[in-house]
Each structure stands twice: as C-alpha cells, then as structure tokens.
Design a protein around this ligand. Structure first.
Ligand code: NAD
Length: 488
C-alpha cells in the first residue's frame, strides 16, 4: 500500500511567491476513508484582489521575455513534475480518490501540456498582409490578452489546470487559479515547482475558495481579461452571465453525455475491455466518459456478457492500495446523485446485470464514498440516466438497429463533447464519427485526448479549445497595424 506523503507545502493561498493564510478554514478529506487530510484556508476577497493585482503587475515583465525563455521555463515545469511524480501522485490519490497509477498518468499528462506549450510559445506567428494601396501594408500580431482567471474541477485537479496554465504562460499571460473546493492540495503542492522552474512570483497565483464568490471577483476585476473554466454546464452558464457584466472573454470546457457506439462488426471483446477501462477511469467522473452505450441488436447479448465478466472482476477500493482498478466517488453526495439515477432507471424498466461491491470486503472503506460499478441493460433514451451526465461508474446499454437512427439518437442531447465508435469497417466508423455533433471522437480507442490536439465541446459542452495549436489562442488578442511600407 502507498502512503500519503508528508506535506512540503502550506495549506494556504499562494500569492506573490509565498503561502499566505486565508480567512475561513475548511477540511479536505480522503474520499476513500473519509479521514481528514488537511485544513485549508480559503482566500479572502481582499486576497483574491491582491492576487489579481500582483498578476497584473508582473504581466508587463513576463510578456516581454523572449518566447524561447518562456518556453524553456514551461519545459522545466514539465521536468519537475515528472521528477516529483511519485509524491504528487500519492497526494492526488489521497485527495481525489483515483487509483495511484491513474494519478501518475495524470501527472504525466499534465507535464505533456507544459512540454507542448513550451514548444508552441515560439510559434506565435503573426503575418504581413498586402494592403489594397501600394505604399502601405498590414501587420497582424497576436498579443497576450492579460491576466487570466482560471477555474478548475476536482476530477483532474492538476491536468485541467495544466492545460490552462501552460497555454496562458506560453502566450505571455499571467494567471490567478482557483482550484476546486474538494481538491486544493495538489494545486498548493505544485506552487513551489513553478517558482523553481523560473516562473516569476505573481505570474501564477493560487486562490482556494468558493466558486461563485471567486468567479464573481474575477468577473468584476478590470485587470482580468479572460475567464477560463472547466466545470459543469450550469457553472459555465453562471460564469458567462457574470462575465457579461464587463464583457470578458470566456473559454469554457463543460459537461458531456458521450455516446459509445458498437457496430455489429466490432471486435466485441476489445470494445468491452475499452469500455470498462473508460468507465472505471476516475470512477466514471470524467467529462468525456461514455454515458450512453448504443449496441447493435445483433450483438447486444454477447456484448453484455463480455462487459459483465470484465466489470464484475474489477477491484474497487482505496486507490493507494496496489491492484485497485477503480476508487471512490468524490463525496457521499455524488453517491446519492448517481444512486438516484440508477433507481429511477430500474423503476422505469431497466435491468441491473452487475453491481460490483468488491470494496465492501475491506472494512477500511466503510466510511468511503464508494458506489458500485453497475451494468444496466434495457435503458431507453427518455430515461434521466440517458439524458443527464451521470458522473459515476454506470454502464447504461441501449439498443439500435439502424445506423442513421443511432447517429440521430446519439446527437439528441444538448451536450456535444466526445463520442466513441467501435467497428471493423473503418470507412463506416469514420462516416458515423463525422455524423456525431461532438468535439472529439475515438474510433476503436477509449482515450484519444493528447496535448497535440485541440479539445473542446460543441453545443452546451463549451466554447473554445485546449491543447493543440488552438489552445493558446484563448489567451491571445489579435491586433492589426496598418502602416506605410518601408522604402529603400
Ligand atoms: P463544477 O461546475 O461544480 O465546479 C467546477 C469549478 O467551478 C470549481 O472550481 C467550482 O468551485 C467552480 N464554480 C462553481 N460554481 C461557480 C460559479 N458560479 N462561478 C464560478 N466558478 C464556479 O464542476 P465539478 O463538479 O467540479 O466538475 C464536474 C463537471 O466538470 C462535470 O460537469 C464535467 O463534465 C465537467 N468537466 C468538463 C471537462 C471538459 O474538459 N469539458 C473536464 C472535466 C470536467
């Protein structure tokens, strides 16, 4: 069994290069055991404003550094994250609940964004455009927008922030980061790494606190020029309303309701394995997780058998224990919400084929926020479980007969984040993937996300993108300079 590391950081807001005790103190607990990990102080309103002003002050200096220098600092952050991945991953597992190997993968994934944007920093190309008048020309430049207000969720408490911080710093922006209430420790733990890598004090500030309070402080401060949120669609809507008061740019990565489509010629054993991996990953608390499994009626019985075998053999428990496949949910309230969706489905005619309660064998899990990975069949499109984001380890299976019908049903949701298609005929997979109204599709693949590609939702799943060459644009303004053409 792995242990919770000794803390090398203080559980207070990180402002201008040091931890500064905040106002209200809140307990952060391990969701697998219910035991407290730390008392974290929240940033007061005055501290949030101080953090924004500190970030605004250093912005002038940071943006003037060469792109190569900014990029090298970002790449050093990546190196430091990888060097410290063991204690960081143990802390992440203790605070968030995901199994230790998944926490290691999150640190590596986070580092990949610092590497990627460390390289992209030197590719902020502008262009020269011919003017309609012969003696003039246009220069188009991309310039850092200013201070960014970053708000992140608890499911990937480091990776969601890494995507934003790396792009913002690469663009020449500075940022104030508000981590989720449930997972502030990993944020405070990486603060000294930024400093060690050479990020100037004040360029990344970390202010734990309540979302609505800090979101409003960000929205109302004139120095904050962009609000970047990863969170639920309802939070995105509130933040957008707040941002409208002073017309700030918003970049939103929101909720999903991903279809996972099994074609009749799919390799069913492979697809079942990939589906179970996806649904056990962070216990299904992932925006891109499969929410509706559409299986062709010719193969549904066999597919359900394969998924049932795999799901019932998974080891659910404390993520610090070796060999655990799936951890707890983030808190007991999440278990109640997921349980309500399952109950509603059963009452409406769905059937429970697997409910994996392997965590009950360990008495140490008794006070943990566990919910059994569950396989439901006979699910219908109009059941709440097929219409809402589940955010838990539930596999709801729906049947279809016709390809065009399945695409239409998959798109019949206000969300549009991710989709999955499993099949043997790649042309058909591709045609179905193209028909899905979502930001990313994995064909015969459960985890297509990488730093190299733009990831963002359509419809109510978001605005903008993270990663790829597009991710940096969220933090840039475009300026045109029209000037006389130099003559020799
Ligand atoms: P959440 O929306 O409750 O909270 C996310 C963050 O927003 C937290 O830091 C929270 O404190 C803050 N917040 C809450 N209310 C706010 C407000 N009114 N103004 C400003 N900030 C506010 O989401 P969560 O429960 O932490 O995370 C789960 C949700 O995040 C799911 O819906 C999931 O799909 C979504 N998510 C999306 C992506 C993506 O890339 N699209 C990735 C991960 C999670």
């Amino acid at each position: 069994m792995k242990t919770v590391p000794d803390f090398w950081f203080e559980p207070h807001p990180w402002i201008n290069g040091s931890w500064q005790p905040g106002s209200e103190s809140v307990t952060v607990s391990n969701p697998a055991t219910g035991s407290p990990l730390a008392q974290v102080t929240r940033a007061s309103a005055a501290q949030v404003n101080l953090a924004i002003e500190g970030a605004a002050k250093v912005f002038t200096e940071w943006r003037q550094r060469s792109a190569v220098e900014r990029g090298n600092i970002l790449k050093r952050i990546a190196t430091l994250l990888l060097e410290r991945k063991d204690p960081l991953a143990r802390l992440l597992t203790a605070e968030q609940g995901k199994p230790y190997p998944q926490a290691v993968a999150e640190i590596e994934y986070s580092a990949s964004f610092f590497q990627w944007f460390g390289e992209e920093a030197r590719r902020l190309y502008g262009r020269v455009v011919p003017h309609p008048e012969a003696d003039r020309e246009f220069i188009i430049e991309h310039k850092p927008i200013g201070v960014a207000g970053l708000i992140t969720p608890w499911n990937f408490p480091l990776a969601q922030a890494a995507k934003k911080i790396s792009a913002a710093l690469a663009a020449g922006c500075t940022a104030v980061w508000k981590p989720a209430e449930a997972t502030p420790l990993i944020a405070l733990a990486v603060a000294p790494l930024f400093r060690e890598a050479g990020v100037p004090d004040g360029a990344i500030q970390i202010v734990p606190g309540r979302g609505s309070v800090i979101g409003n402080l960000f929205a109302d401060h004139p120095a904050v020029r962009v609000l970047s949120l990863t969170g639920s669609t309802s939070t995105g809507s509130s933040l957008m309303a707040a941002a409208s008061r002073s017309i700030k740019r918003v970049s939103l990565e929101l909720g999903g309701n991903a279809p996972f489509i099994i074609l009749p010629d799919a390799d069913l054993a492979f697809a079942a394995e990939q589906l179970c991996r996806l649904k056990l990953f962070v216990s299904g608390q992932v925006c891109v997780t499969a929410n509706r499994i559409f299986v062709h009626s010719d193969v549904v019985a066999k597919f359900i058998d394969l998924v049932a075998q795999r799901l019932s053999s998974a080891h659910v428990g404390n993520g610090l224990i070796d060999g655990v496949d799936s951890g707890p949910l983030i808190h007991q309230h999440a278990c109640t919400e997921v349980g309500t969706l399952v109950e509603q489905s059963l009452q409406a005619g769905a059937r429970c084929v697997v409910s994996n309660r392997s965590y009950e064998a360990d008495r140490g899990n008794a006070a943990g926020a566990f919910y059994p990975p569950t396989l439901l069949t006979d699910v219908k499109d109009d059941m709440p479980i097929a219409q809402q984001e589940i955010f838990g380890p539930i596999i709801p299976v729906l049947q279809y007969i016709d390809y065009s019908d399945v695409v239409q049903r998959a798109n019949a949701t206000p969300y549009g984040l991710a989709g999955y298609v499993f099949g043997g005929d790649i042309s058909r997979c591709r045609a179905i993937a193209s028909g899905l109204d979502v930001g990313i599709v994995g064909v015969n693949e459960w985890r297509p996300l990488k730093a190299e590609i733009p990831f963002g939702g359509v419809k109510q799943s978001g605005i903008g993108a993270e990663g790829g060459e597009e991710g940096i644009r969220e933090f840039l303004d475009t300026q045109v300079i029209s000037l006389p053409k130099p003559k020799y």
